[in-house]
Ligand binder design. Structure first.
Ligand SMILES: [Zn+2]
Length: 790
């Protein structure tokens, strides 16, 4: 389960996600208060006081980094007629969300005279955005009213924000602060950061916000509601409530509604019981009633689904055990009922005209999941989805990732539609075809490699739309281990998310003389890196195993010779042992590091650079391919430097697998000798710190240093030598006091606000579908949401 989420906008992809260690996140238990205190509401003008130094950590980004999710070029390449129809009907769907009413759905479907593959897709798409309000409600009670407030202000402004501010006697600066807040809010689909889980609050005074909202009765009401629901728009009396987490620690969560006294142990106990009974929890919330009993709220379009559609049949009440003896747990269907009903209805419409049996099966399963709340049905939909290999359009939706539930078991709503990047997919295909000639160039022999290269599933997509609290840079689904092991999974990178950037985004730590080549080549370089990392990185390597007692997948009488010490190997995986069971907590970062090193080693191969369209395959550091290679090394070095942001000084631990790996690769560069890479600065506070990387030494110093490191990573992994592997990795990823204090400080100082994405809408005019893009501005993102109208 190797993800790209770490690379850009979000953390890892899988359930073993790491939470960012925020300095303010963990507060002493003494600050525990009960939610109801906050929810009983104080009007906005009587805000609780918070130390200004503390408060500044929570102020909205000024300005946020608003970027366009570029899709037009890929949209325009949809030449194939069937692809165009796909897109056409998907777009019709989006139009319908623009004027959405459920009653229109049947018309929509019956007017769809092409295959239902198409209808399925556009109904999915519709369903994904119908869930926007579910995502909002999963963040905080106040998120949905704040969303409505922003949309009502957009209507009141009617395209003239300055005019609205003037009418309300609000200063230009305060208007800008409002717009900045609104953009960040929409980009995160709620008022807590999608990455980091802390609340952000507007920079304009509450009184100015109230004044801005005073011009129409609608905006007035909306402001009142947003200010008095949940924790309100601004800071809360208790700092703990500014972070998502367990209610027990005074944190905000909506996964345990109306349950101020629910404890972590109780949540665990209920979870354990349900696991025993075989009920997964992704689409649930848990409520503790005043009597101390529990209700498991299950997302479903009906309140009383027929027992044949329920995962646990007729049983809907359980006696709890252990410390909860005497209490009961009741299953309560119909959570998010209205939204789930709409989604299930859309999908049932699609199912009526299914193009083939597979699709019918998938749609049926989805409909049962959203209609009756069956997770077994959701898993069935995912099984069919996994088998649908390399479709032209890719989509998925549901309660998928569990990062935001403090307990890490309940999923957040998300849904996306994406187009395949044909050009890049071709390059990846050629790269896989070249594996046979490329793998022998890696620093280990055939004993440490699989007999036959099996290419991991990997596709490059461009996102048309993604409804969620923060766009990932990649997707690796489904999360269910039994499906992953038996049927596989899809591993996808999202190209236009990865490459999105603000027009004049500063690039700290890159020397002036390298800025031009870096700006020009960092995207192509990253594309090469990602392709090699995913396909030849994670795709290579053999684990030496005793597969069953006395049986080995290598010659035990004449064991392979380790290239690290030129001695026969002495360790291997025993029956039942796996890579992650042996390497434990470091396994995921270590493997990311191995894949990154493969990318750094083979990225130096001009034949590979040619596959991606750079150069003619001959070694030439001064040509275009050389530029891309230089940018790739520079980019890795820079990533390794800024990685220290993800190292937590309090716990002395890394919070992000990829970044930990990149830090170790930078250290490898720095130790490569002859000043191959230097961190250059003249000031004591490192304020002029920059990376000096000698382009002429990449092949002579950089590559050999990486290969030496890679060889050890690989052989220790292959031979289950956790002692040597962990020793090396802990050492090279250790952070000394200079890095921890001085470097980290200058890195944090240069941090660019997290990106918020402006996504396009599509509009049907007559028979023609047009893509409507929006300016990557504060006003643009608000407009895009307003016109999506969900
Ligand atoms: Zn990876």
């Amino acid at each position: 389960m190797h993800s790209l989420r770490g690379i850009a906008p979000r953390l890892s992809l899988t359930r073993s996600s790491v939470r960012l260690p925020l300095p303010l996140h963990r507060l002493p238990q003494s600050s525990i208060r009960i939610h109801s205190k906050h929810f009983s509401q104080s009007p906005s003008h009587r805000l609780p006081s918070m130390d200004p130094n503390v408060k500044q950590h929570y102020l909205a980004d000024s300005p946020p980094s608003v970027v366009k999710l570029e899709i037009k070029a890929h949209w325009d390449t949809l030449k194939d007629e069937s692809l165009r129809r796909y897109a056409h009907y998907m777009s019709r769907y989006v139009l319908f969300t623009a004027k959405a009413t459920v009653a229109r759905t049947p018309t929509l479907v019956s007017s769809c005279n092409t295959t239902l593959t198409v209808a399925g897709f556009f109904l999915f798409h519709r369903a994904a955005f119908e869930g926007t309000r579910v995502t909002l409600r999963q963040v905080s009670p106040e998120s949905e009213p704040i969303y409505d407030l922003i949309l009502s202000l957009h209507r009141a402004a009617n395209g003239d924000w300055a005019g609205l501010a003037k009418k309300a006697s609000v200063s230009e600066e305060d208007l800008r602060y409002f717009l900045e807040y609104a953009a960040q809010f929409l980009g995160n689909c709620g008022n807590y950061k999608g990455f980091g889980d802390s609340k952000f609050i507007p920079r304009l005074p509450a009184s100015a916000f109230e004044a801005l909202s005073s011009t129409t009765p609608e905006t007035k009401d909306a402001f009142q509601k947003a200010s008095t629901t949940g924790g309100g728009i601004y800071e809360t009396a208790e700092q703990s409530l500014m972070h998502l987490g367990y209610p027990q620690s005074g944190h905000m969560t909506t996964y345990y509604p109306d349950s101020p006294s629910i404890t972590k142990d109780e949540i665990t106990a209920v979870g354990d019981l349900m696991e025993k009974k075989g009920l997964a929890l992704e689409n649930t919330r848990l409520r503790k009633t005043t009597s101390g009993d529990f209700e498991l709220l299950i997302a479903s379009g009906v309140s009383n689904p027929p027992s044949r559609d329920r995962d646990l049949g007729e049983t809907d009440s359980f006696e709890l055990e252990g410390s909860l003896k005497g209490k009961t747990l009741r299953l309560v269907f119909g959570d998010y009922k209205e939204e789930m009903a709409k989604v299930a209805h859309s999908i049932k419409q699609a199912e009526l005209n299914a193009a083939n049996d597979n699709q019918k099966r998938m749609l049926e399963a989805y409909a049962r999941h959203f209609g009756a709340g069956s997770i077994e049905s959701f898993k069935e939909s995912q099984r069919v989805w996994v088998k649908d290999q390399k479709p032209a359009l890719e989509t998925n939706l549901g309660f998928v990732e569990t990062y935001r539930d403090p307990h890490g078991v309940r999923g957040e709503w998300e849904g996306f539609v994406a187009l395949v990047n044909l050009e890049r997919t071709r390059a990846f295909g050629t790269l896989v075809d070249s594996a046979e000639s490329m793998i022998p160039k890696l620093p280990w022999g055939t004993d440490f490699e699989k007999d036959k290269f099996l290419s991991p599933d990997f596709t490059s997509l461009e996102v048309l739309s993604f409804a969620c609290s923060g766009l990932p840079a990649g997707i690796n689904l489904p999360n269910y281990d039994d499906i992953r092991q038996n049927l596989g999974f899809k591993n996808v990178s999202l190209g236009n998310v990865l490459s999105a950037k603000a027009p004049n985004e500063p690039i700290p730590f890159i020397a002036e003389q390298d800025q031009e080549v870096y700006r020009r080549c960092r995207d192509p370089a990253f594309e090469v890196q990602v392709g090699i990392h995913e396909l030849l990185g994670h795709g290579t390597g053999k684990l030496l195993q005793e597969t069953a007692p006395g049986e080995y997948n290598f010659d035990i009488s004449n064991p392979p010779i380790s290239p690290v010490d030129n001695k026969p190997v002495k360790t291997w995986y025993k029956p039942g042992q796996t890579w992650s069971s042996v390497f434990g907590a470091i396994a995921s970062s270590y493997e990311e590091c191995r894949a990154e090193c493969v990318a750094m080693a083979l990225g130096c191969d001009f034949e590979i650079l040619k596959i991606f369209g750079f150069g003619d395959g001959t070694v030439d550091m001064d040509g275009e391919a050389g530029d891309v290679l230089f940018a790739a090394y520079l980019q890795m070095a820079r990533a390794g430097l800024v990685a220290v942001e993800f190292w937590d000084p309090k716990t002395q631990k890394w919070g992000q697998a990829h970044m930990q790996a990149r830090y170790s690769i930078l250290r490898t560069f720095l130790d490569a000798g002859d000043d191959f890479v230097k961190l250059h600065y003249t000031k004591d506070d490192l304020s002029d710190l920059e990376i000096r990387l000698d382009r002429s030494k990449i092949l002579s110093h950089g590559r050999p240093a990486v290969e030496k490191y890679l060889q050890k990573l690989h052989v220790y992994k292959s031979t289950a030598d956790v002692e040597a592997g962990k020793g090396m990795y802990d050492d090279i990823t250790s952070v000394d006091s200079w890095w921890a204090s001085q470097v980290r400080e200058v890195v944090l100082k240069n941090k660019v606000p997290r990106k918020v994405f402006v996504q396009a809408n599509t509009i049907l005019e007559g028979d023609k579908v047009t893509l409507k893009e929006y300016e990557p501005t504060l006003e643009g993102i608000i407009q895009s949401f307003a016109e999506r109208n969900v």
